[in-house]
Design a protein around this ligand. Structure first.
Ligand code: AMP
Length: 281
C-alpha cells in the first residue's frame, strides 16, 4: 500500500494502477462503515484508492473542524489490512492553495435538510469531491447511504457536470443496537451512547409502519418523533420524510421516500436515515 501526500505523487502512482480504479473519499478516523465501502470497491474494481482529508470548507464556523477525531496510523493499518492500493493524505494547502476561489454548488438539493441547517456545507463537499475526482480519476467512487443527502448531491453533480465515472451508494453499517456508525460517535459519553440508539429505533418503528401500509408522510414523521420523545437526552433538529429526487417533504408516499433525521444527543449532532419503498439511493 502506497501512502502519498501531494497531488503530483498521487498522479504518478495513479498511472501504475490497474483499471477500473475505485475511489473512497473519507475524512478518516475509520470504522466498519468506511471499510464496507473499501471492500465493495475491492470486489468491483482492480485497484482501490482511499483519501483521508478533513475538508475545512465543509465545516461551519461553529462546527467541530479542529476537534474532529483523527488517528492516521490506525487508519493506515486498517486500510492496509483491507488491501487498499493507494492512500492520499493531503494537507489543506495542497487541496486549497493560496488564491483558491472556485467552488461547486448544487442548487435546489442543498437547500433542504442538512443544507438548510448547515449553510455552505454541501458547497464544501461538492467542491472537494470534484477536486479529488479530478486528481484520482477513478472509474467508480463509493459513498454511504448514511449521508444520504451528500450521496444525492454527489450523484447529481456527477450527472450535471458529465463527470466520467459511476457513483455507488452503499448501505449503512450499524452497531449492534442499531446506531449508525460514525466517526463522531466518539464524542458520546457512555450515557449518551446508550441514548443514541433512539435515532435508529425511531426510524425502524416508522419503517415497520410503512411496511404495514402507512403512506402518510406526516404520520411517519410523527411516529419517529414519538419514539424520540421517550429519550430525554435527545433533542430533535429535524425529522423529514422526503422525495428521493427533490428532497421536498412528502404528504403521501407514492413510490419511494427518504426518512431522515438529525438529533442532538447532548452536544453531539447525529444523523441517520432509512429508505422507504426502494433498496438504494
Ligand atoms: P466521512 O469520513 O464521514 O466523510 O465518510 C466517508 C464516507 O463513508 C461517506 O461516503 C460516508 O457516507 C460513508 N460512511 C460513513 N459512515 C458510514 C456507515 N455507517 N455506513 C456506510 N457508509 C458510511
Amino acid at each position: 500500500m502506497k501512502v502519498v501526500k501531494t497531488i503530483s505523487e498521487l498522479r504518478d502512482s495513479r498511472r501504475g494502477l490497474k483499471e477500473p480504479v475505485g475511489f473512497v473519499p473519507t475524512m478518516g478516523f475509520l470504522h466498519e462503515g468506511h471499510l464496507s465501502l473499501v471492500r465493495r470497491s475491492r470486489e468491483e474494481c482492480q485497484s482501490t484508492v482511499v483519501s483521508i482529508f478533513v475538508n475545512p470548507t465543509q465545516f461551519g464556523p461553529q462546527e467541530d473542524l479542529t476537534r474532529y477525531p483523527r488517528d492516521l496510523p490506525r487508519d493506515l493499518a486498517m486500510l492496509e489490512k483491507e488491501g487498499t492500493d493507494l492512500v492520499f493524505v493531503p494537507e489543506a494547502g495542497e487541496i486549497y492553495p493560496r488564491g483558491f476561489q472556485t467552488y461547486v454548488q448544487a442548487e435546489e438539493l442543498t437547500k433542504r435538510l442538512e443544507g438548510a441547517l448547515r449553510p455552505g456545507h454541501f458547497r464544501g463537499v461538492a467542491t472537494v469531491v470534484t477536486i479529488l475526482l479530478n486528481i484520482v480519476q477513478p472509474q467508480r467512487a463509493y459513498c454511504g447511504q448514511k449521508d444520504a443527502q451528500q450521496s444525492l448531491v454527489i450523484k447529481r453533480m456527477v450527472q450535471d457536470l458529465n463527470l466520467p465515472l459511476e457513483i455507488v451508494a452503499c448501505p449503512t453499517v450499524r452497531e449492534e443496537d442499531g446506531l449508525a456508525m460514525s466517526s463522531r460517535n466518539v464524542y458520546l459519553n457512555p450515557q449518551e451512547r446508550k441514548a443514541a440508539s433512539a435515532l435508529s429505533r425511531g426510524l425502524f418503528v416508522a419503517e415497520k409502519a410503512f411496511q404495514d401500509g402507512e403512506r402518510d408522510g406526516e404520520q411517519l414523521r410523527n411516529i419517529v418523533r414519538q419514539t424520540l420523545k421517550e429519550e430525554p437526552l435527545a433533542r430533535i433538529d429535524y425529522i423529514s420524510c422526503a422525495d428521493l429526487e427533490t428532497l421536498q417533504e412528502l404528504q403521501r408516499i407514492e413510490r419511494g421516500a427518504l426518512l431522515s433525521l438529525a438529533v442532538f444527543i447532548g452536544k453531539t449532532r447525529l444523523i441517520d436515515n432509512v429508505l422507504l419503498g426502494v433498496d438504494s439511493l
